[in-house]
Design a protein around this ligand. Structure first.
Ligand SMILES: Cc1cc2nc3c(=O)[nH]c(=O)nc-3n(C[C@H](O)[C@H](O)[C@H](O)COP(=O)(O)OP(=O)(O)OC[C@H]3O[C@@H](n4cnc5c(N)ncnc54)[C@H](O)[C@@H]3O)c2cc1C
Length: 406
């Protein structure tokens, strides 16, 4: 790839996507200028390790992946605690909240999402917390020390992580899920029942089909949760995993097209020349489905960061990957591959569930092509499924499709 003397690259957001982009730009073009901006006070840390930190399984020091000094040594201008307030396409600059103007020749927006707050009355009490940032983890951990019981709210992976961590830290836990089951768009009734059974075996009480009516607050502190189903739950901690709102506000007045996130093509370029998006915020055109969608995984953010960097340097690299998300599920694991009805509602599914063996396998097809899967318990055959999704393999007969469930 040809070097472009002194090209100025600016990256907003220092998560997995932004940091990888900065590092790749530096590696590929020693002469360029790279500025990496974040409103958080820290260098890159691993969000995926935060649940383990919350469970006291790893010390806080193990969460950090880079140091401030690393950036100086790598020749990356790192600006922590710096909020970007505006992007000017005409001037080719970003304007920080403190009033500094930073020029760019190419810009990456990797601003991710912010957690949705618990909107119910009382949801703003001091001990009603989200779980997205390092600082959230510290706050949750401190509150656990002063709690006997907790309520985890939400039907997402983050709500599960909270329920599990509260349990591991010795609290009495109620897990409140608004929908009929956890991951309601991905699992079906049988899968949901299996997850409930696994949670119950760990002493976590799961309540479905109801949400927080209000939080009982005394002197600014939550002392309980009343559910819409009429349950009164005493607690000293409420942890919410209610999804993310994407930080797209910077796109206002830029002409960049947005949906839930920032719309990009398969090269992670937006419709405005010179502006790219990567990671959780990128609503990218997916090779597998041909649709635009968001993908909130660590590996996706890393790979996006690299591809965006190559294209900011003038390349034409497409992003082609089978996204995967693997998580603990109390004493077993759940693995989600490819795309699911969350991003492809018209997907057709086949399921096999063995409650006694705690094994669940659900496959998603777009017409006769395997596009995704969810596995609980055994991940036998995962690599083969990944290969089939990647190769756009066609499975014309029902027999062939059923065979994949075994
Ligand atoms: C607790 C937890 C557990 C997870 N577990 C897993 C897992 O097991 N497996 C998995 O694959 N994924 C997991 N994820 C998801 C994964 O961590 C994310 O998909 C990934 O980190 C997203 O990276 P990103 O770079 O796109 O965005 P982010 O990491 O969200 O980074 C965006 C950054 O931009 C900053 N920012 C936003 N706006 C501005 C602005 N205007 N100016 C300056 N800075 C700004 C934000 O503060 C943030 O620091 C987990 C996430 C969490 C929170």
């Amino acid at each position: 790839m040809a070097n472009r003397e002194g090209r100025r690259f600016v990256i907003v957001g220092n998560g997995a996507a932004g940091s990888t982009c900065a590092q790749t730009l530096r590696q590929e073009d020693p002469s360029c200028q790279v500025t990496l901006i974040t409103d958080e006070p820290y260098p890159l840390y691993n969000r995926v390790t935060l649940p383990r930190m919350l469970k006291n399984e790893v010390p806080a020091s193990r969460v950090f992946l880079k140091t401030v000094a690393w950036h100086a040594e790598a020749g990356i201008r790192f600006l922590p605690e710096t909020r970007v307030a505006r992007i000017s396409v005409e001037e080719h600059t970003v304007l920080t909240a403190a009033g500094a103007e930073i020029p760019w020749d190419a810009l990456l927006v990797a601003t991710g999402g912010r957690p949705n707050r618990l909107e119910a009355p009382g949801g703003d009490a001091l001990n009603c917390l989200n779980f997205q940032y390092y600082d959230d983890t510290v706050a949750l951990s401190e509150q656990i020390e002063h709690s006997r019981s907790a309520v985890a709210v939400g039907g997402s992976f983050i709500a599960y992580e909270l329920a599990e961590a509260f349990h591991v830290r010795g609290l009495d836990v109620t897990w409140l899920i608004r929908g009929p089951r956890w991951l309601r768009r991905i699992l079906d009734e049988e899968g949901g029942a299996l997850v409930d059974a696994i949670a119950a075996a760990h002493g976590v009480h799961v309540l479905h089909g109801q949400e927080v009516d209000h939080v009982v607050v005394r002197d600014g502190v939550a002392t309980g949760v009343v559910t819409t189903g009429g349950h009164m739950l005493d607690c000293q901690l409420v942890g919410s995993g209610l999804g993310l709102t994407m930080n797209t506000e910077l796109m206002a007045d830029t002409g960049v097209r947005t949906g839930k996130g920032i719309l990009t093509d398969r090269h992670l370029a937006t419709n405005v020349p010179g502006i790219f998006a990567a990671g959780d915020i990128a609503e990218y055109e997916d090779e597998i489905t041909g649709h635009h969608h968001l993908m909130g995984t660590w590996d996706n953010a890393l790979a996006h960061g690299r591809v965006a960097a190559l294209n900011m340097l003038g390349g034409q690299e497409p992003y082609v990957d089978v996204p995967t998300y693997q998580s603990g599920l109390f004493d077993t694991i759940i693995s989600v591959l490819g795309v699911t009805p969350e991003t492809l509602p018209e997907a057709i599914s086949l399921t096999r569930c063995d409650v006694a063996a705690r094994s669940y396998r659900k496959l998603f097809f777009n017409e006769d092509r395997l596009v995704g899967a969810v596995l609980i318990g055994s991940v036998k055959g995962k690599k083969r499924l990944m290969d089939m999704i990647r190769q756009h393999a066609r499975l014309a007969s029902e027999k062939e499709r059923q065979a994949l469930l075994q």
